[in-house]
Write a protein that binds this ligand. Sequence first.
Ligand code: 7TS
Length: 416
Amino acid sequence: MIADQQQLAALDIPKIRADFPILEREVRPGVPLVYLDSAATSQKPIQVMQAMDGFYRNSNANIHRGIHTLAEEATAAYELARERIAAFIGATTPKEVIFTRNTTESINLVAQTWGRANLDSGDVVILTEMEHHSNLVPWQLLAAERNLRLEFIIVTPEGLLDLESYAELLKLGPKMVAFTHMSNVLGTINPAREIIEMAHQAGAVTLVDAAQSLPHIPVDVQELGADFLAFSGHKMCGPNGIGILYGRRVLLEAMPPFLGGGDMIKRVELRSFQSNELPYKFEAGTPAIAEAIGLGAAVDYLSEIGMQAIEQHEQEIIAYALERLEEIPGVQIFGPEAQQKGGVASFMIPEAHAHDISQVLDSDGIAVRAGHHCAMPLHDKFGIPATARASFYLYNAIEEVDKLVDGIYKVKKIFA
Ligand code: 7TS
């Protein structure tokens, strides 16, 4: 049986786990960590830590400024990271890859610059009912300022987007369609290519929130046809404080800058400035240099393992997790079946609140997230205040699902 499972496995899990030192720790003496919270943030492999450490030990300097050796090395490493990320997502040029702090900042950048330049009173922006707050609030802020009309693609009881409701909304002639590629609560992988194609036929620009998809499945911006695409380094084995905004070159060229300051200018006079060229126009001030280099290393790491193999591994884990969770009496699982989702399982049991579930699981070293997962409107829609969420990544072993299920039975016993 075990041999069969190993033959089936898409990834060499013991080998991968050896790259993540934190996975060896015990939460308490004798209680090993079972990390099932990668949708919140992923763990980091030594390759990423070494890349950042190496930069600080050998080449630390500010970029794009000095002509001394260290400044040149730092600049080259920072720009090499950009090139690797551009290749990873299929951008036509590294100029289309903007370093930001995270997905949240990337989406705010689009709302504040493209949005302010292109949206005015009465214009329609289409979002979905399953968005993370970071793809809701930036548009709400702009809507209040510009008197925009926000409309939402309906989420079905199964946790899928209702594309008929979308087709109806497109008749309103929206200027922007911004949606999550993969739900951080339901795990649903949305048909991004189809959504984008329909938006383009209606004349709208599109933004894909790829925070949950890009770390887990192959994503190619050209194949999707995305105009903008946002993601975070920390969810894809990279460091905190670094994220990406991909934008189609013609759109980025036409947009005003976001933050003003050093690096984003070509020339400054006392009362005026001339913007720098792409991508620097959108990178004001000293950026997170080590973090960008760390993200470049994360992209190398994921590429070497292969995004298709990672996707297949997570498909195996989520299929098994749903099967095991469904055996638990009274359990309620949110989102579609395994084939339509990534490695995210949000659930409730009648005996206990999500926070109690999380606390009892933690006593066995099992880390899951409890709460609304920054998707309050979606939880309102399903009429629940909170869910417990187990989320998986390339380093999770199938046995960890069994530990989770044993833990849930323990919760049921305690709160029975
Ligand atoms: N979009 C989605 C779909 C997300 O899941 C998240 C973070 C974000 C945007 C924001 O990413 P950030 O890096 O800018 O914070 N999601 C979660 C989560 O599910 N648990 O913690 C963070």
